[in-house]
Design a protein around this ligand. Structure first.
Ligand code: PLP
Ligand code: COI
Length: 368
């Protein structure tokens, strides 16, 4: 395939916003960013076509994308996305966490969804480029960050069902505080009985919009039952843990072993991988294997399972206090956060915010 961009030199054409957000307004937003509500002044786009490969990298003022109503993404959902964050360190510098892992996962998602693979260099270059114009938007208050949302979709206007020949990549960003309003306080989870998120041979391991669309009815059930997130089980037997709507799940056993579902229909979380590495560094055993809902239920009853937590870029590490199902409950809504959960969360965020040495080389500086 032809590629009009040389691999190492990606030059973005810049059109800067003529009325960027004023300082007072911005300070107010950064003081209490919420999650995914307000967006920075600019966005990146790179186009792809079957004939021309990747071309026309640009920075533009943030704003609506013009699409033909027949654009394939609007009909057949050929789309993928990523999520990662920029962290401001105490000296003002701006860093991101394991971006190459996100770039590789973006490529895996692209392969599954028959989209073109964005070269890893371009993915990372787009983050740097957005930071170079929107660095003011990286907050500095404790536990805040700038959430990057890279995404790619089928832009070709064609109603036949086949992989699109015209694709857009975009990057937008939004200042972020805690994903859950309760912050790192324990959350309650709803167990979805009636709905699956993904199935064997499906798209569960890809970060594609359709998986999230499939989760929404169950997420609504979770809200209706007073829970903040939904847990999905495997779609074949309905017995084995998969993941939450937007996070992975990890159980801690009495002897300190961390257990997490192994499944080819869940997202391979970068937060989970990092947390498990940190736990292994401390001498904890880690098991990636099938975990049944009975193991969780019986384990909590017997004291064998001592902590459970959710993890992901948006949620960081969030303790799970209670799992509610139609006919049983595990735990209690007012259960305190687990000790190991909190200390792994602390260690991960200490690395991300530059408070302790980055011994695994997970950080990449974006502002120089
Ligand atoms: N599982 C799902 C369905 C997600 O949406 C996410 C969030 O990105 C994760 C797991 C965790 O992945 P990561 O830690 O790479 O953010
Ligand atoms: C993330 O953690 O980056 C996610 O994608 C979770 C959710 C906001 C979709």
């Amino acid at each position: 395939m032809k590629n009009l961009l040389a691999d190492s030199t990606l030059e973005f054409a810049r059109t800067l916003h003529d009325s960027p957000r004023g300082e007072d307004d911005l300070s107010r937003i950064l003081a209490e960013p919420g999650f995914g509500e307000v967006f920075t002044d600019h966005m990146v786009d790179i186009h792809w076509s079957e004939k021309g490969g990747w071309h026309r990298p640009r920075v533009l003022p943030y704003g609506p994308i013009s699409l033909d109503p027949a654009a394939a993404v609007l009909h057949y959902g050929q789309e993928i996305f990523e999520g990662l964050k920029a962290y401001r360190h105490a000296d003002g510098s701006i860093w991101t966490f394991r971006p190459v892992e996100n770039a590789k996962r973006f490529q895996r998602s692209a392969r599954r969804m028959a989209l073109p693979e964005l070269p890893i260099d371009y993915f990372v270059a787009s983050l740097r480029e957005l930071i170079s114009v929107d660095h003011r938007w990286v907050p500095s208050a404790p536990e805040t960050s700038l959430y990057f949302r890279p995404f790619m979709f089928a832009a070709e206007a064609f109603l036949g069902v086949r992989p699109a020949k015209k694709v857009y990549y975009h990057l937008i960003a939004s200042p972020a505080g805690a994903y859950f309003k309760s912050g790192p306080a324990p959350v309650s989870i709803w167990l979805s009985n009636d709905f699956s998120r993904a199935g064997k041979g499906g798209t569960g391991a890809a970060k594609t919009g359709g998986n999230y669309a499939a989760s929404l009815i169950a997420q609504q059930e979770a809200y209706d039952h007073g829970c903040q997130q939904v847990l999905f089980l495997d779609s074949v037997e309905g017995r084995y843990l998969e993941e939450l709507g937007g996070m992975n799940v990890v159980l801690v056993q009495r002897d300190g072993t961390l257990v997490t579902p192994d499944s080819d229909s869940i997202l391979e979380g970068i937060t989970r991988d990092s947390i498990l590495q940190l736990a292994e560094d401390r001498g904890h055993r880690v098991e990636r294997r099938r975990v049944s809902i009975d193991e969780w239920r019986e384990g909590v009853a017997s004291g064998e399972v001592t902590e459970v937590f959710a993890c992901g870029t948006a949620a960081v590490v969030t303790p799970i206090a209670l799992l509610k199902a139609t006919d049983f409950e595990i735990g209690a809504a007012d259960a305190p956060a687990g000790e190991l959960t909190l200390s792994l969360r602390q260690e991960l965020t200490d690395i991300q915010y530059g408070r302790v040495p980055d011994r695994h080389g997970w950080l990449t500086r974006l502002d120089s």
